[in-house]
Design a protein around this ligand. Structure first.
Ligand SMILES: [Zn+2]
Length: 448
């Protein structure tokens, strides 16, 4: 694939500025490209990147990041939940850390940038700091979260939930993949310790802030021709599993008026989710049926059972829950009218999160000092930062996604675009390190 954007122009070393101007760090395109290419090789065969949560491939990706960071002199460890954390010490004893990172797992046949771009950027900032004469007052900590994607176990952001104390060992025993493997079993199979998940919990006093660079996974930046987004709100997400139970029977022998067709009912629900989100009362809501399991799945048998996976996202928590209630009421009505059984199960439910305004101001300052055009924007996707923000103030930077695509092999962000975002990340780290106004404290959560 051809990278988009201008040719690489990044300087290859830290630029020293005249006295009185901010110190600048210039990310290196060659290192960022090499990291991205290496991570892309760690995949199951098939289109795109398949590196699922709590697999050997995910662990191999974490090991690569750990080795790169250890080579810089970082203290590196992997916690009991599989999160890899590396620290460059600061000059002030006991100062709370400035963190940055993202995740390295993918969805099946996903892209090579979702999560990876943020890890590569955070690692590159560590390299720039290690090779420069700049000594931060605060420790700089790179965090690679485990199991961010919900594709395998239905729960997103598992590694970051565990550090924030939002998921415990009981949840890890309860959640299963489609083969029936529990998350805890998968974790044990790669040498992790789900029973001790509580030990991975972060102490808020140990952190100043956490910054995550991520691909946008939408087309707002590309369509406005901007290289950078600064996130103000991360959407919440409610995920449901709905089971419709009809009667499986012969397609030739069963007259139309005597059928109880679970798939015909499901079809109504797929369209209902779509029209509900289109309704002007729900403007800004996204509702999707992304999974449909039809049984017995035979051409000549009326579908007897259908299981639907529904995802409702919103930046407004009240509207998010109202949409879910309205959808479930509608679904129950369809089931009664069509004479099929109806049940539902809540798979996951997270509120939208407003990220702290103070950190957003720091990121805006960094964008302005580096001369990077930006816009403040919401995130439609869930991210580790929304979990982290429960214990540590979190900020997010978006870099553009070509054609807005993500979770597909076509996902693409150019190396130059990641370099540009990484330069702002590095500048934000420097700015926060020297700012006195930002004290560690309880994180804000605007989503309750
Ligand atoms: Zn991601």
């Amino acid at each position: 694939m051809t990278p988009v954007g201008p040719p690489a122009t990044a300087a290859v070393e830290a630029v020293s500025e005249p006295t009185g101007t901010p110190r600048r760090l210039a990310p290196r395109a060659d290192r960022i490209r090499a990291d991205l290419e290496h991570f892309a090789t760690l995949s199951e065969p098939g289109p795109g990147v398949t590196r699922l949560a709590f697999t050997e491939l995910e662990r191999a990706a974490h090991r690569y990041a750990a080795e790169e960071l250890a080579a810089l002199g970082c203290r590196v460890h992997t916690d009991v939940a599989g999160n890899t954390i590396a620290e460059l010490p600061g000059s002030v004893a006991g100062a709370p850390a400035i963190g940055s990172g993202s995740h390295l797992d993918s969805v099946p046949s996903g892209g090579r940038f979702d999560g990876i771009a943020g890890v590569v950027a955070a690692v590159e900032v560590a390299r720039l700091l290690a090779e420069s004469d700049i000594r931060l007052r605060h420790p700089y900590r790179v965090v690679v979260f485990a199991a961010e994607e919900g594709a395998r176990f239905g729960q997103a952001c598992t590694g970051s939930r565990i550090v924030a104390g939002l998921t415990d060992s009981a949840d890890l025993d309860r959640l299963t993949d489609h083969e029936g493997t529990t998350m805890a079993e998968a974790m044990r199979s790669v040498g992790l310790a789900p029973d001790r998940a509580g030990e991975a919990r972060w102490d808020a006093a140990d952190w100043l802030a956490f910054l995550e660079l991520h691909i946008e996974q939408g087309s707002v930046l590309e369509s406005s021709d901007l290289p950078l987004g600064i996130v103000d709100v991360i959407s919440g997400s409610t995920r449901l599993e709905i089971t419709l139970s009809g009667v499986a029977s012969h397609t030739g022998g069963t007259p139309m008026h005597l059928r109880s067709d679970a798939l015909a009912a499901a079809a109504e629900l797929v369209l209902a989710a779509e029209s509900l989100a289109w309704d002007s009362r729900h403007h800004g809501t996204r509702a999707t049926v992304g999974r449909l399991t039809v049984l017995p799945g035979a051409l000549t048998t009326i579908p007897g059972s259908v299981v639907l996976g529904v995802d409702v996202r919103d930046v407004d928590s009240v509207r998010q829950r109202a949409t879910v209630r309205e959808f479930l009421d509608h679904a129950a009505g369809v089931a009664v009218r069509r004479g099929v059984g109806f049940s539902h199960r809540l798979l996951a439910d997270t509120s939208p999160v407003v990220l702290p305004a103070g950190l957003r101001a720091q990121l805006i300052g960094a964008a302005e000092r580096t001369g990077t055009a930006y816009r403040v924007m919401p995130s439609g996707a869930s991210h580790d930062s929304q979990m982290v923000n429960r214990v540590v103030p979190a900020g997010m930077l978006f870099v553009p996604s070509r054609d807005g695509l993500s979770h597909t092999p076509a996902e693409w962000t150019s190396v130059e675009q990641i370099v540009e975002g990484t330069a702002v990340l590095a500048e934000a780290v420097l700015g926060m390190d020297s700012a006195d106004g930002l004290e560690p404290g309880p994180a804000q959560d605007g989503g309750s």
